[in-house]
Design a protein around this ligand. Structure first.
Ligand SMILES: *[C@@H]1O[C@H](CO)[C@@H](O)[C@H](O)[C@H]1NC(C)=O
Ligand SMILES: *[C@@H]1O[C@H](CO)[C@@H](O)[C@H](O)[C@H]1NC(C)=O
Length: 167
């Protein structure tokens, strides 16, 4: 005759097996979601553009960020971490990436939005390379799943240009 302890243990093992199986199915079924996120970023204005005392260029700008990231959400999605980065080339580096703004999107209902905002983090070049510089604004996202691997992707918006003169 089985003891109560033995039966409880068997039940627990069974429950854990089912849970592990459900997690595997959840992260596997995520592979069949083909998301189609969209985003648009406009520069409303350059607020100011200066050379700092020690020579680095710094710019402040206001952006209008519009995005529909709802398709990134599946029932296995916990939240999204998103950030907008300015990306540009200089003679020293083929890719300079400066994070300007970020946010956590906790649920699908919040994944379609627009926001007008100044840069939350400072846009500084380690040098004085920004005058008349062409740059991209890239929306990056990290999808944090409830179970399984995190994945990341981005949308690049190109063709922006900084003012020719400090002001
Ligand atoms: C930002 O862009 C969106 C979509 O293009 C537009 O609907 C909204 O009115 C804009 N907001 C401002 C403050 O310009
Ligand atoms: C900016 O975007 C364009 C077009 O997608 C790409 O060719 C270029 O390499 C990007 N520039 C940087 C610095 O990432």
């Amino acid at each position: 005759m089985h003891s109560f302890g033995y039966r409880a243990n068997a039940l627990l093992t069974f429950a854990l097996t089912i849970l592990a199986l459900m997690c595997a199915i959840a992260s596997f079924s995520d592979n069949f979601n083909f998301p189609s996120p969209s985003a648009q970023i406009q520069i409303v204005k350059f607020n100011w553009f200066q050379k700092q005392a020690h020579g680095n260029d710094e710019v402040s700008l206001t952006m209008n960020i519009t995005a529909d990231l709802q398709s990134l959400f599946t029932w296995n999605t916990k939240q999204l971490f998103i950030f907008v980065a300015a990306e540009y080339e200089t003679p020293q580096n083929s890719l300079n990436q400066v994070s300007l703004w970020d946010a956590i999107i906790p649920a699908k209902e919040h994944a379609k939005f627009w926001i007008q905002t100044a840069n939350k983090y400072r846009f500084i070049d380690q040098g004085s390379n920004l005058r008349g510089k062409e740059f991209n604004l890239t929306l990056h996202w990290h999808v944090m799943p409830r179970t399984g691997k995190m994945f990341a992707d981005k949308l690049v918006m190109s063709g922006f240009r900084l003012p020719e003169e400090h002001r």
